[in-house]
Design a protein. Structure first.
Length: 113
């Protein structure tokens, strides 16, 4: 069983996801949340993973591709990326942040922080 936690996510330990994007994860027993802070013009190349991913754009603008379909996200737009579906994201002209939830937990993120 995971221990109860309360953290200030935007001040928690970070890791470089890719150039210009840092992640700040919080891990539970059955899920991980990750605050992804993106510099203008940065991008996450298309990829896939076995985790289901749900998220919301907190601020800024992001062009997200999910399963070959592009979506222009505005603040408070939310999305679901099923397990195994290719996806990627490109930050617009202003700093942006996305909050993602992954199930099962992202052990690879745990190892990087």
């Amino acid at each position: 069983m995971a221990a109860p936690q309360v953290v200030r996510l935007d001040a928690s330990p970070a890791f470089a996801m890719v150039e210009g994007i840092i992640g700040r994860p919080l891990h539970g027993e059955k899920a991980t949340i990750n605050l992804a802070e993106m510099e203008p013009g940065s991008s996450v190349p298309e990829h896939e993973h076995p985790h289901e991913q749900l998220g919301v754009l907190l601020y800024g603008s992001v062009r997200m591709t999910i399963g070959g379909v592009e979506h222009e996200l505005e603040p408070m737009d939310a999305y679901v990326v099923p397990s195994g579906v290719r996806h990627g994201a490109a930050c617009g002209p202003v700093r942006s942040a996305m909050l993602d939830v992954f199930a099962p937990p992202r052990d690879d993120y745990r190892e990087r922080t």
